[in-house]
Design a protein. Sequence first.
Length: 320
Amino acid sequence: MQKRLGIAIAVLGHILALLFGAAHAADKPIRLVIFAAGGPVDFVARQFAEKLSKTTGTDVIVEAKPGANGIIAAQNVIASEPDGTTLFFSSSGLFTISPIFQKLPFDIDRDLSPVSRIVVNASAVAIDANIPAKTIAEFIAYAKAKNQTIDFGSPGVGNITQLWIEQFADATGLQLMAVPYKGIAPVMVDVMGGRLAGTIGDLPAFLPHIHSGRMRVIGLVGETRSPAVPNIPTVHEQGYQGLNALSWYGVFASSKTPSALVQKLNTSFKQVLSEPSLREALRAAGVEPAASTPAELAALVQADRARWATLIKQKQLKME
């Protein structure tokens, strides 16, 4: 049985390689463009790129185009040759939140086409490990005893962390201040240094500091636990509602890319994300492999954007 399965996988991989080769310019590598190096998006993109290269027989390069909260990376892909070799590997925020807060220099729905969602993130409420709280209830008691506004760090303004902080404040009744920083790295430095009480973000960024004992997760966003930290309950499990909108990473192509090529890319991506070794590595890092069709990703973008637009309007939040 195992031998037959191995043969079947090998044959499918060969077919995908032929399809991919036929669709791409000869000897042209695939570029997965990300908006910043060194973070969770970079890690997931590189794990994915390695498997994609092996599956298709095509060189796959992860290339960072930092600046303007992902706008420069997106513009690079929009301006590229629409041959399926330059793809935008992005977190959800640029598609679901940025268009609400600001006028982008392009039409994100018209100029970029969904290829596939790649992963859904486990996201978490993380605090300074020196705070005597291991649960949401204990953190609420700690914060109320302080009798002052509690500072939570956010990597900038107009992003999902800022919105999660708003939701967490509503769920717990706490007075929280979202303090903007230039990226998640300095936020974590100040959480570990005691200058911030905590933050909310994607679990992969926090894991090294959780394992070192310098940060502590007191609850997960969403409705399911993460294999990376199986003993940590969700905020919902602990009796607090409303903090359940997850972030995700997906791949987008220039909208001028032929639909048949987008579908071939999607087929290859699904095969890559079904690989047991990749699934295991991603889950250990706090992300869940979650391939989709292009249409499913397009619908997800619109649904998430509508959800966040309601909160932004309700809270009268602005990009400032």
